[in-house]
Design a protein around this ligand. Structure first.
Ligand code: PEP
Ligand code: MG
Length: 568
């Protein structure tokens, strides 16, 4: 038995066999071969196995995840059967006497760069398909194993170095009971997705992939951030007990489900949820959410081979609005870039993706992508209480430009005779220190702010939110962060606007007393944090928390602030 410490990223306990998600780097060497026929045979075999594998995945994905997710694998099968790709590979093996993997890598690489450089979006998508399929065939030629998470059909704990957001999006919570990774922190997107899927997760263990083989029994303790490998019967029993206690605690919290969120001294705040897909709405309602404070629409764009159409987006937004039955929902426009990539969007390689071409910067540059989303949102607005916000706003000019595009699309729709709500609030996320510092200027033009502390902390402290080496600098309670949050809330109040927070800090039990004291109006968090937060707030007094926050603002370190909060 072995205990590995990590970061508790999503609460709960899960016990099952380990399943390693492999994503190895494939190293291709050029070899001159004497027997090209046997290379052709190796290629044919690798193609055949890949086809069989894809067929199983396709059938499985269709059943478990729906036809749209399965379509990607159909596209992959088409590529494998395409003589325009396969024949040149065989020619190359024959005429140049090279090994099959080298020939395939070269030919596929040529097609990929050709398609990627085309103006036609459809052709660019084909590049992503070819890249994926080639990787599969190459892995067979090289005898290296890659994982297919969508084929998992028994209860497992996923073990991975890291999970990309699209890996996570493909997990089926019926079988993936929990996961643990080497890297990542509480605010990495895999952790955020785990909370919305409500599966226990421990991230940032540094060593779990080095220590755990597939098939070994593993316990994920998402409450205390521990992974127990190969536990004894006795330890399994202890954790089953801990799991039962946690379930009991959840039943207690559930009693607050239909209650408003009110402090001891009668002050009301709003507790809303962060969601990633329309499927998450059920979790919001079940966890007593008073609405949605952040719908991360980028997940609509992930795990697929092409951009979602206006119609597909409209259906998703409409489903969320209808599901929430008039409760408010804040939709964030596309926030791609940073750690969130789209295989079909050709993004330049950047030294610092978190400081680069992302979110509103990309949308204002690639306006056709932005306009499609805005039209879908505007059309959906008549189905509920929609608010729209723009991510990563650094300057007022960006906010004005984004809002102008929104208004242009609205005018066009109205001219086409399509009904659009007249009461859509338009706000912005405060994730960049520059916008917090001049929040007073922004407050004159926005309808609301939502503080995105996940990014605001990383940019203020200059500490990558994904990097455990600098995790000690990722300090939500640092007075520098508290002062920035205060600037935003004060600026909103002065102009009669409202300020919320949708970064993970809003659901953090140490931060909640401080945020309450600073006067935050709306707290948006993982759905599973809502009831514990409501219970905590009901025991606090707003007036006392104001004093507490005042003291915290004048402190010099995060440690002092934590000590102060723990003393209440
Ligand atoms: C944030 O930055 O706090 C935020 C909510 O956005 P994301 O975590 O998606 O970057
Ligand atoms: Mg952000």
């Amino acid at each position: 038995m072995l205990k590995i410490k990590g970061i508790a990223a999503s609460s709960g306990i899960a016990i099952a066999k380990a399943y390693r998600l492999e994503n190895p780097e494939l190293i291709i060497e050029k070899k001159i071969v004497v027997d090209s026929q046997s290379e052709m045979n190796r290629l044919d075999e690798a193609l055949a196995v890949s086809k069989e594998e894809l067929d199983v995945i396709r059938v499985h994905a269709n059943k478990e995840l729906g036809a749209d997710k399965a379509a990607i694998f159909e596209a992959h099968l088409l590529v494998l059967n395409d003589p325009e790709l396969i024949n040149p590979v065989k020619d190359k093996i024959n005429t140049e006497n090279v090994n099959a993997e080298f020939a395939l890598d070269e030919v596929a690489g040529m097609f990929i760069s050709m398609f990627e450089s085309m103006d036609n979006e459809y052709m660019r998508e084909r590049a992503a398909d070819i890249r994926d399929v080639t990787k599969r065939v190459l892995s067979h030629l090289l005898g290296v194993r890659i994982s297919n998470p969508s084929t998992i059909s028994e209860e497992v704990i996923i073990i991975a170095e890291d999970l990309t957001p699209s890996d996570t999006a493909q997990l089926n919570r019926k079988y993936a009971l929990g996961f643990t990774t080497d890297i990542g922190g509480r605010t990495s997107h895999s952790a955020i997705m785990a909370r919305s899927l409500e599966i226990p997760a421990v991230v940032g263990t540094k060593e779990v992939t080095a220590k755990v083989e597939s098939g070994v029994t593993v316990i994920i303790d998402g409450l205390d951030g521990e992974v127990i490998v190969d536990p004894t019967e006795e330890v399994i029993r202890q954790y089953e007990e801990k799991k039962a206690q946690f379930e009991e605690q959840k039943r207690e919290w559930a009693k607050l489900k239909n209650e408003p969120t009110v402090t001891k001294d009668g002050h009301h705040v709003e507790l809303v949820a962060n969601i990633g897909t329309p499927n998450d709405v059920e979790g919001v309602i079940n966890n007593g959410g008073e609405g949605v404070g952040l719908y991360r629409t980028e997940f609509l764009y992930m795990g697929r081979t092409n951009f979602p159409t206006e119609e597909e987006q409209f259906e998703a937004y409409k489903a969320v609005l209808e599901g929430l039955k008039g409760k408010p929902i804040v939709v964030r426009t596309l926030d791609i870039g940073g750690d969130k990539e789209l295989p079909y969007l050709d993004m330049p390689h950047e030294m610092n993706p978190f400081l680069g071409y992302r979110a509103i910067r990309l949308c204002l540059d690639r306006k056709e992508i932005f306009r499609t989303q805005l039209r879908a949102l505007l059309r959906s607005s008549v189905y509920g209480n929609l608010k729209i916000m723009f991510p990563m706003i650094a300057t007022l000019d960006e906010f004005r430009a984004a809002k102008a595009v929104l208004l242009e699309e609205k005018d066009k729709l109205v001219a086409e005779g399509i009904e659009v709500s007249d009461s859509i609030e338009v706000g912005m996320m405060v994730e960049i220190p520059s916008s917090a510092v001049i929040a007073d200027q922004f407050a004159k033009e926005v309808d609301f702010f939502s503080v995105g502390t996940n990014d605001l902390i990383q940019y203020t402290m200059a500490a990558d939110r994904m990097n455990e080496q600098v995790a000690y600098l990722y300090q939500p309670y640092n007075p520098a962060i508290l002062r920035l949050v205060k600037m935003v809330i004060d600026a909103a109040n002065k102009e009669g606007k409202w300020a919320g927070m949708c970064g993970e800090m809003a659901g953090d039990s140490v931060a909640i007393p401080l945020l309450l004291g600073l006067g935050l109006h709306e707290f948006s968090m993982s759905a599973t944090s809502i009831l514990p937060a409501r219970s905590q707030i009901s025991k606090l007094s707003k007036a006392e928390m104001e004093e507490l926050a005042q003291k915290a603002l004048s402190m010099s370190t995060a440690e002092e602030v934590v000590e102060l909060v723990n003393s209440i």
